[in-house]
Ligand binder design. Structure first.
Ligand SMILES: NC(=O)c1ccc[n+]([C@@H]2O[C@H](COP(=O)([O-])OP(=O)(O)OC[C@H]3O[C@@H](n4cnc5c(N)ncnc54)[C@H](OP(=O)(O)O)[C@@H]3O)[C@@H](O)[C@H]2O)c1
Length: 275
């Protein structure tokens, strides 16, 4: 039995579906199973990494797990996993840890990796860079008036399709040879924000405009959804990548035997959200 935590998330949802397609027995936890909306065939239990009393039922009979990094809350899960003999943990982490713990996001993920290392359980770490799915945050203003408003339009990244992260997670759960590996995961191409808006416009068949916000205005906008220490990290990341070309990491292609999905392919899948 494979347990998926974070199963209702952008990545976890695909992990669950792909495991079912591979014929695996899958259990998922959610803090609210009634709204989880997971496919038939997966057993969904109420589970909360911050509520240890929910974990024994979730972990019973489990031999492998996809672990979502709920910050500062992995200890009870990992203790329980050791007790039932879980033999493989695939942790969703972040590329941020590759650059030291100079900011909050990197520190949180480094602490999650440390917790898994300290548990002594066999592990694989997935360290993706920016997710393509973040750009769904542009959907409202694109639908409303064909505009994306953000800071540092010329900042570059190599965003990754959330499905590709999930496919790598599934390979690490099902195949041998991934134990003790930390995989940095990127998409197949470096794009600036302005270029992503252009690609989106091409897919939608509609002229879109990028409107550059000041750093302060962008932070104010972000802080409607996130704490200031995180908006500062994200805005600084954009500032620091202006005029650069993002590195493309080889792990997705090596593990999946094909290039990562392109931004245009991702946009095509999500086109309905932008129309
Ligand atoms: N977005 C990016 O560009 C990026 C880049 C690198 C790394 N990351 C990392 O990737 C992660 C986000 O992944 P995602 O987008 O797949 O997730 P997501 O869509 O943000 O979903 C969050 C998931 O976490 C689960 N969850 C939250 N609190 C929980 C708790 N206390 N106990 C159990 N489950 C809990 C939620 O489950 P329920 O609500 O069903 O309980 C949900 O499935 C973050 O750690 C982020 O730092 C993101």
């Amino acid at each position: 039995m494979i347990l998926a935590t974070g199963a209702t998330g952008n990545v976890g949802r695909h992990v669950v579906t792909l495991l079912l397609e591979a014929g695996e027995k899958v259990r998922a936890i959610s803090r609210d199973p009634a709204t989880a909306g997971l496919p038939d065939g997966v057993a969904v239990l109420e589970g909360d990494l911050r509520r240890p009393e929910t974990l024994p039922a979730a972990l019973s009979g489990v031999d492998r797990a996809y672990l979502f990094p709920v910050h500062d809350a992995l200890g009870d899960f990992l203790t329980g996993a050791r007790e039932v003999g879980v033999g493989r943990i695939v942790l969703l982490s972040s590329m941020a840890v590759n650059f030291g713990v100079g900011n909050e996001i990197a520190r949180w993920h480094a602490e999650s990796e440390r917790a898994v290392l300290d548990s002594g359980l066999p592990w694989t770490f997935l360290r993706p860079g920016a997710f393509m799915v973040n750009d769904l945050g542009w959907a409202h203003s694109i639908r409303a008036d064909g505009v994306v408003r953000a800071a540092y339009g010329d900042s570059a990244s190599a965003p990754i399709d959330e499905r590709d992260i999930a496919e790598v997670a599934v390979r690490a759960l099902l195949d041998d040879g991934h134990e003790g590996q930390a995989y940095t995961l990127t998409g197949p191409a470096s794009h600036t924000q302005v270029e992503r808006v252009r690609i989106l416009g091409g897919v939608l068949g509609r002229e879109l405009r990028f409107e550059e916000l000041s750093r302060e205005a962008a932070r104010r906008e972000m802080e409607r959804f996130m704490p200031p220490e995180i908006s500062e990290v994200l805005v600084e990341l954009l500032a620091s990548t202006v005029g650069t070309t993002a590195e493309i990491e080889p792990a997705v292609e090596r593990i999946l035997g094909r290039a990562g999905r392109s931004y245009a392919e991702w946009a095509g899948r999500w086109a309905g959200e932008f129309r």
